[in-house]
Ligand binder design. Structure first.
Ligand code: ATP
Ligand code: MG
Length: 396
C-alpha cells in the first residue's frame, strides 16, 4: 500500500449534506446489508446507485460492497450465486431486481493476472474499504453509503466532483485505461447519461489508448454494448462513440455505414426509438438492436432485399456468415443470433401480402419484425405501403 493511501482519511457527508432519505434507498440492498452486518461483516451501498441518487437520476440496479468474501456472502445469504472468474462477485436476485455484492478489492500484486499489454485479466485480491475505494474507476463511482448512519464515505473526492459535474479517473487515467480499456467506454456512457464533462487527462487518455479496446474479450464487449444502447441514452452515446472514434472497436461492421446518409438515418432513428421506449418502460431486446446495427452490412451483401426473387435460405446463409464475423469482435449469444436472423427473414415475408399474411402473423418474432419494417419506412425506404397494410391488418 502506498503512503498516500495509508494516511488518507475519508470525508464523511451526513444527511444534511447529501439529502438522501432512507426510504429512497433500495430495500432489498438494505436487507442484504443488514444480514451481512448482523453476521459481523461491514457492508455498504456503493457505485451507481449512490451517484444517481445524488443527482436525482433513476438507477437501474444497486451494488453492495462488503468485506465478506464471495464464499462468506453465500453462507450468510444462501439464495445467491457466485459469478465471474476475472472478477468474482455475488448476484442476489430479488424478483426482477439484481443486486451485485462485491468483496472489497485492493490493488495489491498477488492474485492479479495481467496480459503482456498490461490489461488486468484477473483481480480477486481482497482488501479494506479504503483499498476498494481506490481501485474503482471514477471518483463519482466510489461513494459508499453507510445505511445505518446514513452517511456517505468518500476517500477520493467523488462527492465534490459529482457536484461540479466532472468525471475524473481515480489515479492516472492512462494507467487505469491500460489496466482495463472498458473504462474508456464506461466514461463515454457516463458522460452521456449524466451530462458530465470529462476531465482533461481522461479525455487525452481515451484518444491515446482507444486502440486497446481491440483487446477486450468479445463477450464483455457485448455486455457493454447492451448497457450503452438499451438504457435510454443510445442516441447520444452513439454520437460520442463516433466523436471519440471508438465505433470501429465495438461495431466494426456498422462503422462504415454510419457515414452514409441513408443507413445513418436508419440506425439513429432506431436508437432514438429505443431511448423513447426505455423512458416509457417498454421492453427493448438485444436482438432488435443488433438486427438494426448489422442490417446495412446484410443489405450490402444481399443487394435488393425487396426483389421478388429473394429466397429466405439465402438471407439465412449470408446472415450466418455476417454474424460469424461479428462474433470475432463482439460475441452475440446463440439465442439472440437466431432472433436477429428471424427479424431479417420476416422482412421478406412481410412483403408477401396478402397471400402469406396469416402465416407471417403467427410467427413468434412478428411484432419485432413489423416494428423493424416500420423503422425502414420511417427512414426513407419505399416498401409499397406494406407498413400501412400491416397496421390495418393487425388493428382488425
Ligand atoms: P450503472 O449501473 O448505471 O451502469 P455503475 O457505476 O453502478 O453504473 P456497474 O457496472 O454496476 O456500474 O459497477 C458498479 C461499480 O463498480 C461502479 O460504480 C464502479 O465503482 C465499479 N466498477 C465497475 N466497473 C469497473 C471497472 N471496469 N473498473 C473499476 N471499477 C469498476
Ligand atoms: Mg450499478
Amino acid at each position: 500500500m502506498s503512503l498516500k493511501k495509508t494516511i488518507s482519511e475519508p470525508e464523511i457527508f451526513n444527511i444534511s449534506d447529501h439529502q438522501i432519505k432512507k426510504n429512497q434507498l433500495d430495500k432489498e440492498a438494505i436487507s442484504i446489508i443488514s444480514r451481512l452486518i448482523d453476521a459481523g461483516y461491514e457492508a455498504y451501498i456503493v457505485g451507481g446507485f449512490i451517484r444517481d441518487s445524488l443527482i436525482g437520476v433513476k438507477s437501474k440496479d444497486c451494488d453492495v460492497a462488503t468485506n465478506a468474501t464471495p464464499e462468506e456472502i453465500k453462507e450468510v445469504i444462501p439464495k445467491t450465486r457466485i459469478i465471474g472468474k476475472r472478477f468474482k462477485i455475488v448476484h442476489a436476485r430479488v424478483g426482477k431486481k439484481l443486486i451485485e455484492i462485491s468483496t472489497f478489492r485492493s490493488s495489491g500484486k498477488k492474485n492479479i493476472k495481467k496480459s503482456n499489454k498490461g490489461i488486468l485479466l484477473r483481480d480477486n485480491n481482497y482488501g479494506s474499504i479504503e483499498d476498494d475505494a481506490f481501485r474503482r474507476d471514477f471518483t463519482i463511482n466510489s461513494l459508499y453509503m453507510d445505511t445505518k448512519k446514513m452517511e456517505i464515505i468518500d476517500f477520493v473526492g467523488g462527492f465534490r466532483d459529482l457536484q461540479s459535474g466532472m468525471l475524473k479517473s481515480i489515479g492516472e487515467s492512462s494507467k487505469r485505461f491500460i489496466e482495463d480499456p472498458v473504462r474508456m467506454i464506461r466514461a463515454i456512457r457516463f458522460k452521456s447519461k449524466l451530462g458530465f464533462k470529462l476531465d482533461n487527462k481522461l479525455e487525452k487518455g481515451i484518444h491515446r489508448y482507444r486502440h486497446l479496446l481491440s483487446e477486450v474479450p468479445s463477450g464483455r464487449k457485448y455486455e457493454e454494448l447492451l448497457k450503452m444502447f438499451l438504457t435510454g441514452n443510445a442516441f447520444s452515446i452513439m454520437t460520442e462513440l463516433q466523436n471519440y472514434r471508438i465505433t470501429e472497436y465495438l461495431l466494426p461492421m456498422t462503422k462504415n455505414f454510419l457515414e452514409g446518409k441513408k443507413d445513418r438515418r436508419f440506425i439513429l432513428n432506431a436508437l432514438k426509438d429505443s431511448d423513447k421506449r426505455f423512458h416509457q418502460n417498454k421492453t427493448l431486446t438485444p436482438a432488435f438492436l443488433f438486427a438494426v446495427m448489422l442490417w446495412p452490412a446484410l443489405i450490402s451483401k444481399i443487394g435488393d432485399m425487396n426483389s421478388k426473387k429473394i429466397k429466405i435460405p439465402r438471407i439465412s446463409r449470408i446472415g450466418n456468415l455476417l454474424l460469424k464475423k461479428h462474433n470475432e469482435y463482439c460475441f452475440i449469444p446463440k439465442r439472440v443470433q437466431s432472433s436477429i436472423k428471424e427479424i431479417w427473414e420476416i422482412q421478406v415475408m412481410l412483403l408477401r401480402i396478402p397471400e402469406k399474411a396469416n402465416t407471417t402473423l403467427k410467427h413468434k418474432r412478428f411484432r419485432a419484425a413489423f416494428d423493424f419494417l416500420l423503422l425502414r419506412e420511417k427512414s426513407g425506404e419505399n416498401l409499397g405501403g406494406a407498413g400501412d397494410w400491416w397496421t390495418k391488418k393487425i388493428s382488425h
